[in-house]
Design a protein around this ligand. Structure first.
Ligand SMILES: Nc1ncnc2c1ncn2[C@@H]1O[C@H](COP(=O)(O)OP(=O)(O)O)[C@@H](O)[C@H]1O
Ligand SMILES: CC(C)(COP(=O)(O)O)[C@@H](O)C(=O)NCCC(=O)O
Length: 316
């Protein structure tokens, strides 16, 4: 970035080498075997990447969580109360196929190793997608992942309950196998120290009220937010590569909603993946996801080889 751009940017921009130094003495507590368990399909995170990128982030978040807990305690002291502390909520946004779920799982594992916030929960927003029956009725089956395909009031209620310190708050679960929300299955969130909320649209602004009733943004409940970024063409490649892998794995399962794709030839697979990418995920990326990037506290940029070269931290 040139000097002029740096002056007006709300972000501090770090090269990988400069960001890596901010790890300070944070120990690497993940083993290769543990990292293997956390990696998603078509994801290539190495232990070097964990050390250079994730450990400085884990250290920063540990400082932020501690500061927030201190502030919360100050309010409790002032009010003469001793309520259970509320979870520190981290939002994680980015395109389909950028690797949000892998990043969220690694961060969850690392943050849980700090003694002052061992309980770290993770909720993907796909559980809040409207069930297929509703999407079909509303003509939204080709809009999965777009803001209108989510039960926004349910997301806001969930976050508001978690942030008010409620116990056993339930979040619905989505299955990629059945391509639908699971009936009667839930993740239960019971006053964790940290909650990571991961999904395409978590930084979406709410629509402006017409009737005078203001609707909160999902991000109003976030204490910190991360946007995982990569160029469009790179994202398309990852999406298509993952589709090829899914054809050999998940799509083979006769219970898979996409079982018919298991029989596609290479050329048909290429065409189908590109068509879904171009007509659904790329449109959503351009219209709804990328425009929210500048709302994140941290932007992490992935390159074509899946490594992170640059980190942008919002100046406080
Ligand atoms: N059709 C599918 N079948 C099985 N798993 C899938 C399918 N599509 C996506 N996934 C998995 O679901 C998770 C979320 O994927 P996605 O929404 O593309 O976000 P991201 O790649 O940023 O985590 C990933 O772990 C991905 O590998
Ligand atoms: C389930 C998703 C909408 C992602 O949801 P998120 O967890 O980001 O809220 C996405 O992975 C998806 O399945 N999109 C539909 C189009 C496709 O099959 O690629």
């Amino acid at each position: 970035m040139d000097n002029k751009a740096a002056e007006v940017s709300p972000y501090l921009v770090f090269s990988r080498a400069d960001w890596a130094k901010l790890r300070a003495d944070t120990p690497l507590t993940l083993t290769e075997a543990e990292l293997h368990e956390l990696r998603g399909i078509n994801e290539q995170v190495s232990l070097g990447e964990v050390a250079d990128i994730y450990l400085p982030l884990s250290r920063l978040l540990n400082l932020y969580v501690g500061a927030m807990q201190g502030l919360f305690q100050a309010t409790q002291d002032f009010l003469g109360r001793n309520h259970h502390k509320v979870p520190y909520v981290i939002g994680m946004a980015g395109s389909v196929a950028v690797g949000k779920s892998t990043m969220a799982r690694i961060l969850q594992a690392l943050l849980a190793r700090w003694p002052d916030h061992p309980r770290v929960a993770l909720v993907p927003t796909d559980g809040f997608l409207l069930p297929n029956a509703v999407l079909e009725r509303e003509g939204l089956m080709t809009r999965k992942g777009f803001p209108e395909s989510y039960d926004l009031p349910a997301i806001l209620r969930f976050l508001s309950d978690v942030k008010s310190g409620m116990r056993n708050v339930r979040a619905p679960i989505y299955s990629h196998l059945s391509y639908d929300v699971l009936d009667g299955e839930w993740i239960t969130i019971d006053q964790p120290d940290v909650l990571i909320v991961e999904g395409l649209n978590v930084l979406q602004p709410a629509k402006l009220p017409r009737d005078g009733k203001a609707i909160p943004f999902v991000s109003d409940f976030f204490d910190f937010s991360v946007y995982l970024d990569a160029d469009e063409e790179v994202l398309r490649r990852w999406y298509v590569e993952r589709f090829f892998r899914l054809r050999e794995t998940a799509f083979r399962d006769p219970r898979s909603y996409f079982h018919r794709y298991a029989a596609l030839s290479d050329e048909e697979t290429q065409q189908t993946a590109n068509r879904i990418w171009e007509t659904i995920n790329l449109v959503n990326l351009r219209e709804n996801v990328v425009p929210t990037r500048q709302r994140a506290d941290l932007i992490v940029r992935k390159e074509a080889d899946h490594t992170i070269h640059q980190v942008w931290l919002r100046k406080l």
